[in-house]
Design a protein around this ligand. Structure first.
Ligand SMILES: Cc1cc2nc3c(=O)[nH]c(=O)nc-3n(C[C@H](O)[C@H](O)[C@H](O)COP(=O)(O)O)c2cc1C
Length: 251
């Protein structure tokens, strides 16, 4: 495919449009944040990027804590509202009809209607330019019972989460596979056929390097299953998944 080079821009997508709660049970606010991401597994850490001009900025900075509430597709309007109006002059819980629920490890409320909330304590605030990055540790996770199976395992697909891409909201769609599906020998966890790639141009064909022949010992474990199609989002593109094929989901 021919590419056009643009200057650098914040165009990562999809990202989760989360509702971040702050304050305490008596006086709290909700700010919608899309510039968020996990940054470490142990200890569990994430970041949110907030402009200093937001009403929530000072609250989070002063209190040193907040909660990240995952947004289901059914709450996209509420989420959008919390990202348009400032809580400086209104109670967004009252306006949206969302309910406060007590958190376990932080003073700020979580949102009752959200299926999962990450309670966070701020570790550092790092200015970036337009936004400041709040680096935080996830000290507790609140999971709605409705997204647990009979054995207490998390079934996040039941949460019906929303995604945000280039200014538009989407509902997560078709499940394409499981972590490790590219190397799953039994073909489990992978579903659809890979979409046909567009025909390659003569230039692309000529410039494509031949993949190196796999070493016999690794060949089976790292074999790519084309019907699995996609690389796991959490694979970080490095490969050695073959080694972990039996530990799907552990990173
Ligand atoms: C989908 C969406 C994503 C947003 N992401 C961010 C973000 O990552 N960081 C930020 O500072 N503001 C973000 N905003 C804007 C704030 O949510 C918005 O300015 C909000 O009104 C601030 O609320 P507050 O003044 O009550 O804190 C986003 C808004 C929307 C609708």
């Amino acid at each position: 495919m021919a590419k056009i080079a643009w200057k650098g821009g914040a165009l990562l997508a999809p990202v989760p449009p989360v509702m971040v709660t702050c304050g305490d049970m008596e006086s709290s606010n909700i700010i919608t944040v899309a510039w968020t991401g996990l940054i470490n597994t142990h200890p569990p850490r994430l970041s949110i990027a907030i402009r200093p001009s937001r009403h929530s900025y000072a609250i989070i900075k002063e209190r040193g804590e907040f909660a990240v509430n995952l947004t289901p597709a059914s709450l996209v309007k509420e989420c959008d509202y919390c990202g348009i109006y400032t809580g400086a002059k209104m109670d967004k819980f009252e306006k949206t009809g969302l309910h406060r629920a007590p958190a376990t490890a932080v003073a700020c409320p979580i949102i009752e209607e959200c299926p999962l909330a990450l309670e966070c304590k701020v570790l550092d605030i790092i200015p970036q330019g337009t936004h400041d990055l709040f680096l935080a540790e996830v000290v507790a996770v609140d999971v709605d019972e409705s997204i647990l199976d009979g054995q207490g395992r998390l079934c996040l697909d039941r949460a019906g989460l929303a995604a945000f891409a280039h200014g538009e909201y989407f509902a997560l769609g078709e499940k394409l596979g499981k972590f490790g599906c590219s190397v799953d020998k039994k073909g489990k966890g992978s579903t659809p056929q890979r979409r046909a790639a567009p025909p390659k141009t003569a230039v692309q064909k000529a410039s494509m390097p031949k993949p190196p022949a796999p070493k016999p010992a690794q060949a089976q474990a790292t074999e790519f299953k084309p019907h699995g199609g996609k690389k796991s989002a959490s694979s970080e593109g490095k490969n050695p998944r073959g080694k972990h094929a039996g530990k799907a989901g552990k990173k």
